[in-house]
Ligand binder design. Structure first.
Ligand SMILES: Nc1ncnc2c1ncn2[C@@H]1O[C@H](COP(=O)(O)OP(=O)(O)OP(=O)(O)O)[C@@H](O)[C@H]1O
Ligand SMILES: [Zn+2]
Ligand SMILES: [Zn+2]
Length: 798
């Protein structure tokens, strides 16, 4: 078994396979599948993942492995298998999918050091190295003492590896002093000679304070040093231990919550989940529950069951930084048994959380998309909250959907999956109706409160009545009312498909990005125009570049503008604005929400990011500005997204004692997505939308795959696209269709021309293979400047 099959870190199609390497003697006892190693590749030294070990290679003259980077595997057997499947599904390279599963820190070449976790004696040469150092060089030590020895100490928990990020220590340790039992201390004190005054003092101290204490703190409290401590250590009255202090991004303590007695609806939904848990059965449940119906309580109680079985749980939430309230609910119930993974954590913090999972120190992880790869080895359940959210799809390679990965892991682990939402995607709901998913329904709020009433305001009428502000008269009155009653307001500006662009009032000239086919967006704070697709940025012109008129103004509605307008009509209103600009700084999100929750403001004004998951007692009014702005986007899901958004944001009002009201402003009040959302009629919406999808042949009636071809030369893009089309035409089923090639909705981005082709199909079991062949065909050109992107089940058609 001294040959390793390795996936090497060369991101090229040619090398998307394992290579065999001889394992040198010194590593034979330690190399295991899932570890990262250093191997020679051509003239270079690169890294790779060991996939498996075999006795003999069918190749001659194998090269030798150079080094091992891990002493414990970073990928589990399941993840190794999953990565392979995922690569094939998403047309990615194996190396790309494996790397996507790991915390960032493991992808870069950070320096490592070894650190001691216990005071247990180590072998002499190691003891010597630690004599004057708290941490010793990893590389040097394994060279001198041998990998196997160090691996053993790591496995026994005496040593640990620490990654150094920019000279900042990634793991923090504390040395603590632990006293022996009280009776032992007392017995020792009695025999102690009266002259040993220092020792007496110390023992008396610990008789009074029986808790472990930090070493340095002890030194300063008793004014002693290590020499004073030694006799007590020798007599085993005290022990010294290093413990890891995890950086804790959630410093506040979460008040403990107890499980609630379930409502009848909740009980009915819970029963089949528990049954699947007991039978260890893989089943996908679609939990369709109106906002505030107690879905989260179901998640919590299902997880509790899983933990009692000694198993582990993954909970995905859209983007956890957006829902600090969600973290609170999980930490409140399960305390330190929960790891939290989200993108706002620092590299080091993410690593800490990941390690808690890897070391089996926690049984639950709550995280954003990539938490689906948590290296648990005994999974009992996977929960995806707000399953309709588009953030579950990764928009770069590997272009995976967390839902698909969850179901795959559920099959492997024989465990149930719960997809929860008040507004499931049409795809999921259709599967629920067909019985592919098991449909569970919660139709009422737990407090039996009615859903807040939704008023639709036709903004055209406002204009006719001479109201030129962005707030309807009704919304303005209601806001004033609310503030008077000391209640709070959530204002949502639907900005998707909206932008603030610079337009000349005299000639109609619009400032566009020189690299992309899109108008520039005005940013008031810096008085600049920015492109949202490339990094282009320019000063706001003072006169029109085309006609030199001074009447160049920015148009459209941004949150900044709404805020300005608000303070004009209700000067006394205290407003918190939440958008990408105000939440860029770490922790800003939480801080703003806390402020609002402490009632330090009357109005929370924001973009999509405030629509979901928030739960404030005092909010009685929700206003939606420009509800229809995304209905005009070239996206077949625009009605669905509008429906989801209005439903979600309406769910923020009247969740507690006070009843809520929602005001939706629109120029298209008769659109079915707006009308039906205002009645909370998901079933009707589903029917209407399904009819449309059927007649225009869109998912869930067909599957989609989107091919995007980009190059600096437009002729080239067009030619390649045509060639791809004919290649595919020959392979695809007669019932499948190819739309295009046509220029993408954003026809030029970062100076590259973009064409796209959409494939609609019902059944193409070999689609991935055909796509591979297409990519293969253009392999040489793709190495240079041609880009072909394949997106299976795309979210965005831009
Ligand atoms: N069985 C129960 N008895 C009493 N209160 C409950 C029960 N279950 C949940 N609740 C409470 O009802 C409120 C809404 O529940 P929860 O937030 O779990 O709903 P949800 O369906 O997840 O909502 P949303 O989709 O809007 O986030 C919460 O305040 C929760 O504490
Ligand atoms: Zn002009
Ligand atoms: Zn640009």
């Amino acid at each position: 078994m001294n040959v390793a099959k390795v996936i090497v870190d060369v991101p090229a199609t040619m090398v998307n396979q394992t290579f065999d390497y001889q394992i040198p003697k010194k590593f034979q006892a330690i190399v295991r599948p899932g570890m990262r190693v250093v191997i020679p590749f051509g003239p270079r030294k690169i890294t790779g993942f060991v996939i498996k070990r075999i006795d003999q290679s069918s190749f001659d003259g194998l090269k030798e492995m150079i080094d091992v980077l891990d002493l414990t595997p970073v990928l589990t057997a399941e993840l190794l298998q999953l990565g392979k499947w995922l690569a094939n599904q998403t047309l990615s390279l194996y190396i790309t999918t494996y790397q996507a599963m790991l915390p960032q820190i493991l992808k870069a070449k950070y320096k490592k050091e070894l650190i001691r976790l216990t005071e247990l004696p180590l072998q002499l040469d190691l003891e010597e190295k630690f004599l004057d150092n708290a941490a010793i060089s990893y590389d040097e030590t394994v060279q001198q003492i041998g990998h196997r020895t160090i691996q053993k100490y790591i496995e026994s928990g005496d040593l640990a590896i620490n990654y150094l990020v920019k000279s900042q220590i990634t793991k923090k340790y504390q040395t603590i002093v632990i006293p022996a039992e009280l009776s032992v201390l007392k017995a020792d004190l009695q025999q102690l000679s009266n002259r040993a005054k220092r020792q007496r003092e110390m023992i008396e101290f610990f008789i009074q304070h029986s808790d472990p204490i930090e070493l340095m703190e002890l030194y300063s409290k008793l004014n002693i040093n290590r020499t004073n401590l030694n006799p007590l250590l020798e007599r085993k009255l005290l022990t010294i231990k290093k413990v890891e202090v995890y950086r804790n991004p959630y410093e506040e303590e979460f008040p403990k919550t107890e499980k609630l007695p379930l409502t009848e609806e909740q009980r009915n939904a819970m029963e089949p989940i528990i049954e699947a848990l007991i039978k260890e059965e893989h089943k996908t449940f679609l939990l369709h529950g109106v906002t505030g119906s107690g879905k989260t309580e179901i998640y919590l109680q299902a997880i509790e069951k899983v933990m009692k079985q000694g198993k582990e749980a993954i909970v995905l939430v859209p983007e956890i930084a957006l829902t600090p309230q969600m973290v609170k609910r999980f930490k409140g119930r399960f305390g330190s048994n929960v790891a939290v993974l989200h993108s706002a954590l620092s590299v080091g913090e993410k690593y800490d959380e990941w390690r808690k999972i890897q070391q089996k120190e926690v049984q639950v992880v709550v995280g954003a998309r990539s938490a689906i790869f948590a290296p648990f080895e005994n999974l009992g359940i996977i929960i995806i909250d707000e399953e309709h959210e588009t953030t579950y799809k990764q928009e770069e390679t590997p272009r995976y959907h967390a839902r698909d990965v969850a179901i795959k892991r559920g099959e492997y682990n024989n465990c149930p999956i719960i997809l929860g939402s008040a507004t499931p995607t049409l795809e999921s709901f259709a599967r629920g109706k067909k019985g592919v998913y098991h449909l569970l329904t919660l139709s009422k709020r737990t407090n039996e409160q009615a859903m807040p009433t939704v008023d639709i305001i036709d903004m055209r009428d406002e204009l006719h009545a001479g109201n030129r502000t962005m707030f309807s008269r009704r919304l303005t009155d209601k806001m004033k009312d609310c503030i008077e009653k000391n209640e709070q307001i959530v204002l949502l500006l639907n900005r998707r498909g909206y932008s603030t662009f610079a337009l000349c009032r005299d000639c109609g000239y619009v400032e566009e990005c020189p690299n992309c086919d899109i108008s520039l967006t005005y940013h008031k704070r810096d008085n600049v125009l920015k492109c949202h697709y490339c990094s282009h940025e320019q000063k706001m012109p003072v006169e029109c570049p085309a006609c030199h008129s001074k009447h160049i103004r920015f148009f459209g509605t941004g949150t900044e503008k709404v805020e300005e307008a608000l303070t004009k009509i209700i000067p006394e209103a205290r407003v918190i604005r939440m958008d990408v600009d105000t939440t860029r700084k770490k922790g800003a999100h939480e801080r703003l929400l806390r402020k609002f929750s402490n009632h330090e403001a009357d109005i929370l004004l924001g973009t999509q990011m405030i629509a979901k998951g928030l739960d404030f007692e005092n909010v009685t009014l929700v206003g939606v500005l420009a509800a229809d702005s995304m209905l005009h986007l070239p996206d077949f899901r625009s009605s669905e997204k509008t429906f989801q958004l209005i439903t979600q944001v309406s769910g923020r009002a009247g969740r507690h004692e006070l009843t809520g009201e929602v005001i939706v402003q629109t120029y298209t009040p008769d659109h079915y997505s707006i009308e039906l959302a205002s009645k909370y009629d998901f079933q009707r919406f589903y029917q209407e939308e399904m009819n449309i999808r059927r007649s225009f042949l869109y998912p869930p009636y067909v599957f989609l795959a989107l091919l995007t071809i980009t190059h600096e030369n437009e002729m080239k893009v067009y030619e390649v696209s045509q060639k791809i089309r004919s290649l595919l035409e020959n392979k695809l089923h007669a019932q499948s269709s190819i739309l295009g090639p046509t220029p993408s909705p954003i026809a030029r981005m970062k100076n590259r021309y973009r064409y796209q082709m959409m494939i609609k199909y019902r059944n193409e079991p070999f689609l991935q293979q055909y796509m591979e062949e297409v990519l293969e065909q253009f392999a040489e050109e793709r190495k240079k400047d041609l880009q072909i992107i394949v997106d299976i089940n795309p979210n965005h058609l831009m």
